[in-house]
Write a protein that binds this ligand. Structure first.
Ligand code: QPN
Length: 199
């Protein structure tokens, strides 16, 4: 088994999907969490200057969704057929587009709050309805078994609910999917054991 080292901040953020995949697959890894204060020193040493990165026996993989897709493929959670894999990728990208629209590093609290409020009030409802329509009465977002698209929904919706409690109240099927993921034993154990962070 390769030596895995995941480097990110002490946040769920863009690394949590990989942590879920490691937990679900029982693959051992180093969950290396850097202090925000140390980032300016570390950033120049990172290819492309962004985290998370996953080191696989010293080979550095960057981009959170590339890392997630790599782990999902190793874990059998990428989708059963090429078409299902494409559907999984499309759902992951759709959720990620929305999460990426938040100005997480905005220094002005007023500007940050204004954009966050606009996204949560005016953009989120359309996305939630589209996801609700796509899920329909299925157990999982794609195919007959859980995929990393379901994990990504749970990871990102946790942050969205922290930002706006009640945001998903009009979508009981999406909440039920979130709870199905949280009820997976390995995920439940990780959620119970992981460091408590707000984001
Ligand atoms: C200073 C940086 C920061 O506060 N965060 C980084 C980005 C982030 C956070 C929480 N979720 N999230 C995220 C998850 C997935 C996709 C995405 F684009 C963003 C918190």
């Amino acid at each position: 088994m390769p030596h895995y080292k995941l480097t990110y901040f002490n946040l769920r953020g863009r690394a949590e999907i990989s942590r879920y995949l490691f937990a679900y697959s029982s693959i051992e890894y180093e969950d290396y969490r850097i202090e925000q204060a140390d980032w300016p020193k570390i950033k120049p040493t990172i290819p492309f200057g962004k985290i998370p990165i996953l080191e696989v026996d010293g080979v550095i993989l960057h981009q959170s969704l590339a890392i997630g897709r790599y782990l999902a493929r190793k874990t059998g959670l990428a989708g059963e057929t090429p078409l299902d894999q494409a559907l999984v990728d499309a759902i992951v990208a759709t959720i990620d587009d929305f999460m990426s629209a938040f100005p997480w590093a905005e220094k002005s609290p007023d500007k940050k709050q204004k954009v966050f409020n606009d996204l949560l009030t005016n953009t989120a409802p359309g996305l939630l309805q589209d996801l609700d329509n796509f899920l329909g009465d299925k157990e999982w977002l794609v195919g007959k078994s859980v995929t990393w698209a379901d994990f990504y929904w749970e990871v990102c919706s946790t942050t969205l609910l922290y930002l706006k409690p009640g945001l998903i109240d009009d979508h009981p099927k999406l909440l039920a999917l979130k709870n199905r993921v949280k009820a997976l034993p390995a995920i439940a154990t990780w959620i119970q054991q992981r460091p408590e962070t707000t984001l």
